[in-house]
Design a protein around this ligand. Structure first.
Ligand code: SAH
Length: 214
């Protein structure tokens, strides 16, 4: 049976120490990573490695992001309880769980049906309740529920999709890795209807954000 044990909890404490060393400080982020059983978001063949600070395959040619990347993006969001968040790239659902744990109202979009289906079952079975998981193209965002206080893109975008900028609330923030093979983590703050401020941070490597042509 899949479960969380004291051994896993001990490994999570070690992971938290590694993330702190790498510069993560926000308590809500560290608490989420300390509580969420990442090993239950991975194929059983990777379970023993679940608490290394590494990305792993999750099927459909995709990966679960490295814990440091999840922590870094979550910290950059400057999230507050109750905020409405749109995530692009549900993948394994791990980052979605982090956002739920941090008290956000989460909408998350995934374009790979197999991953969408797995997360749809997995998240509630572990006690995480996103507002909605959506099967579709994240390039288009989710206009029905816009505007969003925060938008988090967890795949590498060649450029910032216009529909996502349009769906960001005034006063809101988007965290998005921008670039082709390597990405620069980019934080976009919407300061008015027409003004956006851009902050460019360090280099990361993500699987690509793919646009559906139909
Ligand atoms: N947050 C995920 C990271 C998964 S990797 C996790 O913690 O596991 C990025 C994910 O983005 C992949 O699952 C990929 O299928 C998805 N993706 C890529 N382009 C997309 C698009 N246009 N719309 C929605 N999801 C997309």
């Amino acid at each position: 049976m899949k479960q969380d044990t004291t051994k896993h909890q001990g490994k999570r404490r070690q992971l938290i120490a590694v993330l702190k060393q790498k510069g993560i400080t926000q308590a809500a982020v560290l608490n989420a990573i300390g509580d969420i059983p990442r090993h239950l978001f991975l194929d059983s063949s990777f379970v023993d490695h679940a608490y290394q600070d590494k990305a792993f395959p999750i099927g459909a040619d995709q990966t679960i992001s490295q814990p440091y990347t999840v922590a870094f993006q979550s910290e950059q969001l400057q999230l507050k309880t109750g905020m409405k968040v749109l995530e692009i790239g549900t993948g394994s659902g791990y980052q979605t769980a982090v956002l739920c744990h941090m008290g956000a109202e989460v909408y998350s979009i995934e374009r790979q049906h197999e991953l969408f289906r797995t997360s749809l079952k997995r998240l509630p079975s572990l006690g995480y309740k996103p507002k909605k998981l959506i099967f579709g193209d994240g390039y288009k965002g989710f206009p029905k529920k816009a505007p969003f206080d925060r938008i988090l893109v967890t795949a590498g975008a060649p450029s910032v999709p216009e529909p996502l900028l349009a769906q960001l609330a005034v006063g809101g923030k988007m965290v998005i890795p921008v670039g082709d093979t390597n990405q620069k983590m980019t934080v976009i703050s919407r300061t008015s209807d027409t003004n956006f401020q851009k902050l460019v941070l360090g280099d990361f490597r993500f699987v690509p954000l793919l646009e559906d042509k139909n």
